[in-house]
Design a binder for this molecule. Structure first.
Ligand code: SF4
Length: 371
Protein backbone atom coordinates (compact mmCIF):
# COMPACT_ATOMS: atom_id res chain seq x y z
CA UNK A 1 0.00 0.00 0.00
CA UNK A 2 1.03 3.58 -0.58
CA UNK A 3 2.76 5.27 2.34
CA UNK A 4 2.07 8.68 3.77
CA UNK A 5 3.35 11.25 1.27
CA UNK A 6 5.29 13.34 3.78
CA UNK A 7 7.23 10.37 4.99
CA UNK A 8 10.42 8.70 3.83
CA UNK A 9 10.94 10.52 0.52
CA UNK A 10 12.16 13.85 1.75
CA UNK A 11 11.86 13.75 5.53
CA UNK A 12 9.69 16.80 5.28
CA UNK A 13 8.63 16.71 8.91
CA UNK A 14 7.75 19.93 10.66
CA UNK A 15 10.71 21.66 9.06
CA UNK A 16 10.38 24.97 10.86
CA UNK A 17 10.57 23.46 14.26
CA UNK A 18 13.13 20.81 13.48
CA UNK A 19 15.21 22.33 10.74
CA UNK A 20 18.43 22.31 12.71
CA UNK A 21 17.70 18.91 14.16
CA UNK A 22 16.74 17.66 10.76
CA UNK A 23 20.12 18.39 9.23
CA UNK A 24 22.04 17.16 12.26
CA UNK A 25 20.07 13.99 12.69
CA UNK A 26 20.12 13.14 9.02
CA UNK A 27 23.90 13.36 9.17
CA UNK A 28 23.93 11.21 12.30
CA UNK A 29 21.64 8.68 10.69
CA UNK A 30 23.87 8.37 7.64
CA UNK A 31 26.92 7.96 9.80
CA UNK A 32 25.21 5.24 11.86
CA UNK A 33 24.15 3.42 8.73
CA UNK A 34 27.72 3.58 7.46
CA UNK A 35 28.97 2.18 10.74
CA UNK A 36 26.74 -0.87 10.49
CA UNK A 37 26.42 -1.52 6.76
CA UNK A 38 25.98 -5.30 7.10
CA UNK A 39 23.41 -4.98 9.89
CA UNK A 40 21.23 -2.41 8.14
CA UNK A 41 21.30 -4.48 4.96
CA UNK A 42 19.77 -7.33 6.94
CA UNK A 43 17.56 -5.25 9.26
CA UNK A 44 16.99 -1.71 7.99
CA UNK A 45 17.39 1.33 10.14
CA UNK A 46 14.94 4.19 10.01
CA UNK A 47 13.93 6.91 12.41
CA UNK A 48 12.60 10.45 12.36
CA UNK A 49 14.52 13.62 13.10
CA UNK A 50 12.12 14.20 15.98
CA UNK A 51 12.71 10.82 17.61
CA UNK A 52 16.48 10.97 17.12
CA UNK A 53 16.46 14.46 18.64
CA UNK A 54 15.41 12.86 21.95
CA UNK A 55 18.74 11.04 22.18
CA UNK A 56 21.42 12.42 24.44
CA UNK A 57 24.47 11.43 22.39
CA UNK A 58 26.75 12.02 25.38
CA UNK A 59 24.96 9.30 27.30
CA UNK A 60 26.23 5.87 26.25
CA UNK A 61 23.25 4.28 27.95
CA UNK A 62 20.62 6.50 26.35
CA UNK A 63 17.38 4.46 26.22
CA UNK A 64 16.12 5.93 22.93
CA UNK A 65 19.46 5.19 21.28
CA UNK A 66 19.29 1.64 22.59
CA UNK A 67 15.91 1.18 20.89
CA UNK A 68 16.82 2.58 17.45
CA UNK A 69 20.57 2.25 16.90
CA UNK A 70 21.64 -1.06 15.34
CA UNK A 71 24.19 -3.29 16.99
CA UNK A 72 26.66 -5.81 15.58
CA UNK A 73 24.92 -8.42 17.71
CA UNK A 74 22.04 -8.44 15.21
CA UNK A 75 24.25 -10.22 12.70
CA UNK A 76 24.12 -13.29 14.95
CA UNK A 77 20.32 -13.60 14.79
CA UNK A 78 19.30 -16.84 13.13
CA UNK A 79 15.95 -18.41 12.13
CA UNK A 80 14.25 -15.04 12.30
CA UNK A 81 10.51 -15.23 12.39
CA UNK A 82 9.60 -18.90 12.44
CA UNK A 83 9.80 -18.83 16.22
CA UNK A 84 6.81 -16.44 16.47
CA UNK A 85 4.55 -19.01 14.76
CA UNK A 86 2.54 -16.16 13.26
CA UNK A 87 2.35 -18.07 9.98
CA UNK A 88 0.30 -20.77 11.73
CA UNK A 89 -2.46 -18.19 12.23
CA UNK A 90 -2.31 -16.67 8.77
CA UNK A 91 -5.53 -17.36 6.88
CA UNK A 92 -4.94 -14.97 3.99
CA UNK A 93 -1.83 -13.02 3.10
CA UNK A 94 -1.84 -10.29 5.75
CA UNK A 95 -4.67 -11.66 7.87
CA UNK A 96 -4.13 -13.63 11.06
CA UNK A 97 -6.98 -15.23 12.97
CA UNK A 98 -5.61 -16.59 16.23
CA UNK A 99 -8.36 -15.68 18.71
CA UNK A 100 -11.96 -16.25 17.68
CA UNK A 101 -13.12 -12.66 18.11
CA UNK A 102 -10.15 -10.83 16.59
CA UNK A 103 -8.86 -10.50 13.04
CA UNK A 104 -5.32 -9.14 12.96
CA UNK A 105 -4.58 -7.45 9.65
CA UNK A 106 -1.07 -6.41 8.66
CA UNK A 107 -1.58 -3.33 6.50
CA UNK A 108 1.97 -2.01 6.24
CA UNK A 109 5.51 -3.29 6.45
CA UNK A 110 6.86 0.15 7.29
CA UNK A 111 7.15 2.19 10.47
CA UNK A 112 8.34 5.73 11.16
CA UNK A 113 11.17 4.33 13.24
CA UNK A 114 12.34 0.72 13.38
CA UNK A 115 12.75 -0.76 16.85
CA UNK A 116 15.76 -3.02 17.08
CA UNK A 117 13.83 -5.46 19.33
CA UNK A 118 10.82 -5.80 16.99
CA UNK A 119 9.53 -9.39 16.87
CA UNK A 120 8.39 -8.78 13.28
CA UNK A 121 11.94 -8.08 12.14
CA UNK A 122 11.42 -10.81 9.54
CA UNK A 123 9.55 -8.37 7.26
CA UNK A 124 9.33 -4.91 8.84
CA UNK A 125 11.19 -2.52 6.54
CA UNK A 126 12.11 -5.40 4.26
CA UNK A 127 9.32 -6.74 2.07
CA UNK A 128 5.58 -6.64 1.58
CA UNK A 129 5.00 -10.37 1.19
CA UNK A 130 3.14 -10.68 4.47
CA UNK A 131 0.90 -7.64 4.24
CA UNK A 132 -2.68 -7.33 3.02
CA UNK A 133 -2.79 -5.92 -0.50
CA UNK A 134 -6.44 -6.49 -1.22
CA UNK A 135 -8.47 -5.28 1.71
CA UNK A 136 -11.73 -6.40 0.08
CA UNK A 137 -10.54 -9.98 0.61
CA UNK A 138 -10.08 -9.31 4.31
CA UNK A 139 -13.61 -7.95 4.45
CA UNK A 140 -14.94 -11.12 2.79
CA UNK A 141 -13.07 -13.27 5.31
CA UNK A 142 -14.53 -11.30 8.23
CA UNK A 143 -18.04 -11.58 6.80
CA UNK A 144 -17.57 -15.35 6.56
CA UNK A 145 -16.55 -15.47 10.23
CA UNK A 146 -19.34 -13.92 12.29
CA UNK A 147 -17.45 -14.74 15.51
CA UNK A 148 -15.04 -11.88 14.68
CA UNK A 149 -16.18 -8.81 16.58
CA UNK A 150 -13.10 -6.61 16.28
CA UNK A 151 -10.23 -5.93 13.94
CA UNK A 152 -6.69 -5.01 14.89
CA UNK A 153 -4.86 -3.11 12.16
CA UNK A 154 -1.16 -3.62 12.56
CA UNK A 155 2.06 -4.02 10.60
CA UNK A 156 4.48 -2.23 10.54
CA UNK A 157 2.52 0.86 11.36
CA UNK A 158 -0.92 1.60 9.85
CA UNK A 159 -0.55 5.35 10.40
CA UNK A 160 2.36 5.36 7.97
CA UNK A 161 -0.13 4.71 5.18
CA UNK A 162 -1.52 7.58 3.15
CA UNK A 163 -4.69 9.21 4.44
CA UNK A 164 -6.50 7.88 1.40
CA UNK A 165 -5.60 4.30 2.26
CA UNK A 166 -6.45 4.73 5.93
CA UNK A 167 -9.82 6.17 4.96
CA UNK A 168 -10.53 3.34 2.51
CA UNK A 169 -9.71 0.69 5.14
CA UNK A 170 -11.90 2.33 7.78
CA UNK A 171 -14.69 2.80 5.23
CA UNK A 172 -14.66 -0.89 4.37
CA UNK A 173 -14.63 -1.93 8.02
CA UNK A 174 -17.47 0.47 8.72
CA UNK A 175 -19.68 -1.64 6.47
CA UNK A 176 -19.35 -4.64 8.78
CA UNK A 177 -22.06 -4.48 11.47
CA UNK A 178 -20.51 -7.44 13.31
CA UNK A 179 -17.55 -5.28 14.41
CA UNK A 180 -17.93 -3.74 17.86
CA UNK A 181 -14.68 -1.78 17.71
CA UNK A 182 -11.57 -1.26 15.62
CA UNK A 183 -8.04 -1.19 16.91
CA UNK A 184 -5.02 0.45 15.34
CA UNK A 185 -1.57 -0.50 16.60
CA UNK A 186 0.72 2.49 16.07
CA UNK A 187 3.94 3.91 17.46
CA UNK A 188 3.52 7.08 15.37
CA UNK A 189 2.38 9.20 18.37
CA UNK A 190 5.74 8.34 19.98
CA UNK A 191 8.14 8.47 17.04
CA UNK A 192 6.49 10.80 14.54
CA UNK A 193 3.92 12.93 16.41
CA UNK A 194 3.78 15.64 13.74
CA UNK A 195 2.20 13.05 11.40
CA UNK A 196 -0.83 13.48 13.68
CA UNK A 197 -0.65 17.06 14.90
CA UNK A 198 0.10 18.55 11.47
CA UNK A 199 -2.52 16.59 9.59
CA UNK A 200 -6.08 17.75 10.24
CA UNK A 201 -7.24 15.53 7.39
CA UNK A 202 -6.03 12.40 9.19
CA UNK A 203 -7.70 13.54 12.41
CA UNK A 204 -10.97 14.19 10.55
CA UNK A 205 -10.85 10.67 9.10
CA UNK A 206 -10.29 9.11 12.52
CA UNK A 207 -13.05 11.23 14.03
CA UNK A 208 -15.49 10.27 11.27
CA UNK A 209 -14.96 6.56 11.90
CA UNK A 210 -14.63 6.59 15.69
CA UNK A 211 -18.36 6.52 16.22
CA UNK A 212 -20.22 6.57 19.55
CA UNK A 213 -21.24 2.93 19.09
CA UNK A 214 -18.01 1.71 17.50
CA UNK A 215 -14.92 3.49 18.74
CA UNK A 216 -11.46 3.39 17.28
CA UNK A 217 -8.94 2.30 19.89
CA UNK A 218 -5.33 3.18 19.23
CA UNK A 219 -2.79 0.93 20.88
CA UNK A 220 0.40 2.85 21.11
CA UNK A 221 3.83 1.93 22.33
CA UNK A 222 5.62 4.19 24.83
CA UNK A 223 8.53 2.45 26.56
CA UNK A 224 10.32 5.23 28.44
CA UNK A 225 9.35 8.51 30.15
CA UNK A 226 11.74 10.36 27.79
CA UNK A 227 9.24 9.63 25.02
CA UNK A 228 6.59 11.70 26.79
CA UNK A 229 7.34 15.12 25.35
CA UNK A 230 5.26 18.16 24.50
CA UNK A 231 5.09 16.83 20.92
CA UNK A 232 3.87 13.34 21.82
CA UNK A 233 1.45 14.80 24.40
CA UNK A 234 0.02 17.04 21.65
CA UNK A 235 -0.40 14.03 19.37
CA UNK A 236 -2.26 12.15 22.10
CA UNK A 237 -4.38 15.20 22.83
CA UNK A 238 -5.28 15.54 19.15
CA UNK A 239 -6.25 11.86 18.98
CA UNK A 240 -8.41 12.20 22.10
CA UNK A 241 -10.08 15.24 20.50
CA UNK A 242 -10.79 13.02 17.50
CA UNK A 243 -12.64 10.62 19.83
CA UNK A 244 -9.93 7.98 19.62
CA UNK A 245 -9.42 5.95 22.81
CA UNK A 246 -5.80 5.21 23.61
CA UNK A 247 -4.07 2.35 25.36
CA UNK A 248 -0.39 1.61 25.73
CA UNK A 249 1.62 -1.55 25.24
CA UNK A 250 5.15 -1.32 26.62
CA UNK A 251 7.82 -3.95 26.23
CA UNK A 252 10.08 -4.70 29.18
CA UNK A 253 13.52 -3.96 27.75
CA UNK A 254 17.00 -4.33 29.22
CA UNK A 255 18.69 -0.94 29.39
CA UNK A 256 15.47 0.94 28.60
CA UNK A 257 12.84 0.42 31.28
CA UNK A 258 14.15 -2.45 33.43
CA UNK A 259 14.31 -0.08 36.41
CA UNK A 260 11.11 -0.17 38.53
CA UNK A 261 11.15 3.58 39.17
CA UNK A 262 11.50 4.38 35.47
CA UNK A 263 8.75 1.95 34.58
CA UNK A 264 6.48 3.39 37.29
CA UNK A 265 7.18 6.93 36.13
CA UNK A 266 6.26 5.92 32.59
CA UNK A 267 3.00 4.23 33.59
CA UNK A 268 1.91 7.05 35.92
CA UNK A 269 2.73 9.68 33.29
CA UNK A 270 0.76 7.79 30.66
CA UNK A 271 -2.35 7.87 32.80
CA UNK A 272 -1.74 11.59 33.24
CA UNK A 273 -1.83 12.23 29.48
CA UNK A 274 -4.89 10.08 28.89
CA UNK A 275 -3.25 6.83 27.82
CA UNK A 276 -4.27 3.68 29.67
CA UNK A 277 -1.53 1.17 30.45
CA UNK A 278 -2.81 -2.01 28.81
CA UNK A 279 0.08 -4.46 28.63
CA UNK A 280 3.68 -4.63 29.70
CA UNK A 281 5.04 -7.36 27.49
CA UNK A 282 7.86 -9.73 28.14
CA UNK A 283 10.14 -9.04 25.15
CA UNK A 284 9.06 -11.53 22.51
CA UNK A 285 11.90 -13.51 20.97
CA UNK A 286 12.35 -13.58 17.21
CA UNK A 287 15.34 -15.90 17.37
CA UNK A 288 16.29 -18.75 19.68
CA UNK A 289 19.34 -16.84 20.92
CA UNK A 290 18.24 -14.33 23.60
CA UNK A 291 18.75 -10.76 22.42
CA UNK A 292 20.40 -8.00 24.43
CA UNK A 293 16.92 -6.60 25.15
CA UNK A 294 15.49 -9.58 26.99
CA UNK A 295 15.11 -9.60 30.75
CA UNK A 296 14.85 -13.04 32.43
CA UNK A 297 11.35 -13.89 33.66
CA UNK A 298 12.38 -14.14 37.33
CA UNK A 299 13.97 -10.71 37.21
CA UNK A 300 11.05 -9.28 35.23
CA UNK A 301 8.63 -10.32 37.97
CA UNK A 302 10.74 -8.49 40.57
CA UNK A 303 10.86 -5.36 38.41
CA UNK A 304 7.11 -5.35 37.83
CA UNK A 305 6.32 -6.05 41.49
CA UNK A 306 8.63 -3.27 42.64
CA UNK A 307 7.17 -0.85 40.06
CA UNK A 308 3.65 -1.64 41.30
CA UNK A 309 4.61 -0.13 44.68
CA UNK A 310 4.71 3.28 42.99
CA UNK A 311 1.47 2.84 41.03
CA UNK A 312 -2.15 3.49 41.86
CA UNK A 313 -5.16 1.45 40.77
CA UNK A 314 -5.40 3.29 37.46
CA UNK A 315 -1.76 2.95 36.47
CA UNK A 316 -1.49 -0.70 37.56
CA UNK A 317 -4.37 -1.95 35.43
CA UNK A 318 -1.92 -3.39 32.89
CA UNK A 319 -1.14 -7.07 32.67
CA UNK A 320 2.41 -8.35 32.52
CA UNK A 321 2.11 -10.83 29.66
CA UNK A 322 3.91 -12.92 27.12
CA UNK A 323 2.46 -12.72 23.64
CA UNK A 324 3.05 -16.41 23.08
CA UNK A 325 2.39 -18.72 20.13
CA UNK A 326 -0.41 -20.30 22.18
CA UNK A 327 -1.97 -17.10 23.54
CA UNK A 328 -1.45 -14.16 25.85
CA UNK A 329 0.05 -15.67 28.98
CA UNK A 330 -0.03 -13.51 32.08
CA UNK A 331 3.07 -13.77 34.25
CA UNK A 332 1.42 -13.59 37.64
CA UNK A 333 4.36 -14.00 39.99
CA UNK A 334 6.51 -16.40 41.99
CA UNK A 335 5.36 -19.34 44.09
CA UNK A 336 8.32 -20.82 45.93
CA UNK A 337 10.76 -21.96 43.25
CA UNK A 338 8.14 -21.85 40.48
CA UNK A 339 6.60 -19.12 38.34
CA UNK A 340 2.82 -18.82 38.21
CA UNK A 341 1.21 -18.17 34.82
CA UNK A 342 -2.34 -17.73 33.57
CA UNK A 343 -3.78 -17.74 30.07
CA UNK A 344 -5.29 -14.30 29.58
CA UNK A 345 -6.19 -15.11 25.95
CA UNK A 346 -5.88 -18.55 24.50
CA UNK A 347 -5.63 -19.88 20.99
CA UNK A 348 -6.87 -23.29 22.13
CA UNK A 349 -10.19 -23.70 24.02
CA UNK A 350 -8.68 -26.19 26.47
CA UNK A 351 -6.34 -23.49 27.77
CA UNK A 352 -8.94 -20.77 28.44
CA UNK A 353 -8.17 -19.22 31.86
CA UNK A 354 -5.77 -22.05 32.65
CA UNK A 355 -3.43 -21.38 35.57
CA UNK A 356 -0.16 -23.27 35.67
CA UNK A 357 3.30 -23.16 37.23
CA UNK A 358 6.74 -23.88 35.83
CA UNK A 359 10.15 -24.34 37.37
CA UNK A 360 12.43 -22.30 35.14
CA UNK A 361 16.15 -21.48 35.24
CA UNK A 362 16.90 -18.05 36.67
CA UNK A 363 18.12 -16.79 33.31
CA UNK A 364 15.18 -18.11 31.25
CA UNK A 365 13.53 -15.43 29.12
CA UNK A 366 10.64 -17.38 27.60
CA UNK A 367 8.36 -20.40 27.81
CA UNK A 368 9.45 -22.59 24.94
CA UNK A 369 7.52 -25.75 25.68
CA UNK A 370 4.33 -25.12 23.68
CA UNK A 371 5.99 -23.81 20.57
S1 SF4 B 1 6.90 0.31 15.70
FE1 SF4 B 1 6.14 -1.77 16.18
S2 SF4 B 1 6.14 -2.86 14.21
FE2 SF4 B 1 7.42 -1.01 13.97
S3 SF4 B 1 9.50 -1.70 14.37
FE3 SF4 B 1 8.66 -0.92 16.31
S4 SF4 B 1 7.82 -2.72 17.32
FE4 SF4 B 1 8.10 -3.27 15.17
Amino acid sequence: METHHEYSENWNIDQNQYNKNYLETKEILESIKNTYPEVVKKFPMRSTPYYLSLINWDDEADPIAKMVIPSQDELNYKDIGTITHEHDNTKLFGLQHKYDQTALILVSNECASYCRYCFRKRFVGLHQKEIMHNFEKAVEYIKDHPEINNVLLSGGDPLILSNQNIKRILELLDELPQLKFIRIGSKVPVTFPSRITNDPELLDILKDYSKPNRRIHLQTHFNHPKEITKESISAIDALISANVLIQNQSVLLRGVNDDPKILAELLNSLVGIGVNPYYVFQCRPFTYKPSAFQVPLWEGIDIINEARKYLNGQSKRFKFCMSHATGKIEIIGKMGDEILFKYHQSKYPENHNKIFTRKLPKDEVWLWEHT
